[in-house]
Design a protein around this ligand. Structure first.
Ligand code: NAP
Length: 285
């Protein structure tokens, strides 16, 4: 690590809680690699202190900051200029500060698409089933819709949320439909038909890693690509079962890495050292 001299500038990640975040490890590895006069730190910010925190970071000359749960949507109130990706997703995960002006971006969706590309998986013209309708599902679905997926089906426990997301996807340019997780008949049909299936729920995440996000997993076609956004454990029970069926599987670490790579590019304007960042994540996990 560079000496902490007075020329060091800060990049932050804000969340609540934020102790679990792997962003400091990943970004500081890249900062060290290029010996930049930067330092990446995590800040636990309560929802009611968000405005003060943003003002403080502007006053202190931060380069920018990443945003994680629960601030990804409320941070929009403090962004002066929104990039198209963030506007479309209605959420921001990366903020740049220049001359006191805040610029908001969302690299989550691109991170997911890049992680598929890295694994040689194409999504143009494909039928995608997404399980879950929260923030991550929205980012992934919006990115897939704008990048040419032909149909996006959302399955979720809460029906109001699933219909809202399906409507949003139609506006973003792809055909969409919504179903409840208990709708067995429709779920079986979609599991058989999907080219790509994505688990965007926390079901299967450590320490509760012995559960599946859906039933009827045996209906999945061996030609389907099965993804899980969870990265702890690196292979969830869902992915293990899908691999046993014969499916190609993609874990959540790639998305975490690729969204971080995009954020680093925005913060520094430098080509990110992807392998260094990946190794830092693997070491930490
Ligand atoms: P979120 O906004 O809280 O949404 C969670 C979603 O999961 C909701 O649709 C919720 O359904 C559903 N869900 C939660 N518990 C469930 C259960 N027991 N059974 C069925 N459905 C359940 O969370 P998020 O930010 O979208 O994150 C979702 C997952 O993605 C997390 O595991 C997170 O770690 C992961 N993630 C990974 C990356 C990455 O870079 N790899 C990035 C972002 C998120 P209801 O609507 O019915 O409540």
């Amino acid at each position: 690590m560079n000496k902490l001299t007075s020329s060091i500038r800060v990049i932050g990640v804000i969340g609540h809680p934020v102790k679990h975040s792997l962003s400091p490890v990943m970004h500081n590895a890249a900062i060290d690699y290029y010996e930049l006069d930067l330092c990446y730190l995590a800040f636990d910010v309560l929802p009611e202190r968000l405005e003060e925190a943003v003002k403080g970071m502007i006053s202190l000359g931060f380069v920018g900051f990443n945003v994680t749960i629960p601030h990804k949507e409320t941070i929009l109130n403090y962004i002066d200029k929104l990039d198209d990706s963030a506007r479309l997703m209605g959420a921001v995960n990366t903020v740049l500060i220049k001359d006191g002006i805040t610029y908001g971006y969302n690299t989550d969706g691109k991170g997911f698409l890049d992680s598929l590309q890295k694994e040689g998986v194409s999504y143009q013209g494909k039928r995608v089933l997404i399980i879950g309708a929260g923030g991550a599902a929205r980012a992934v679905a919006t990115a897939l819709a704008t990048a040419g997926a032909s149909k996006i089906i959302i399955a979720n426990r809460n029906l109001k949320r699933v219909h809202e997301l399906a409507e949003h996807i139609e506006k973003a340019g792809a055909e969409s439909s919504a179903l409840g997780l208990n709708d067995d008949e429709k779920l079986r049909f979609e599991l058989e038909k999907a080219d790509i299936i994505v688990n965007a729920t926390p079901v299967g995440m450590s320490p509760h890693d012995n559960v599946l996000p859906i039933s009827h997993i045996d209906c999945i076609n061996p030609k389907t690509v099965v993804c899980d956004l969870i990265y702890r454990p690196s292979e969830t029970l869902f992915l293990r079962k899908a691999r046993e069926i014969g499916c190609k599987v993609v874990g959540g670490l790639g998305m975490l890495l690729c969204q971080g790579v995009e954020a680093f590019r925005l913060f520094t304007g430098i080509n990110p050292p992807m392998e260094v960042m990946q190794q830092a994540l693997l070491d930490e996990l």
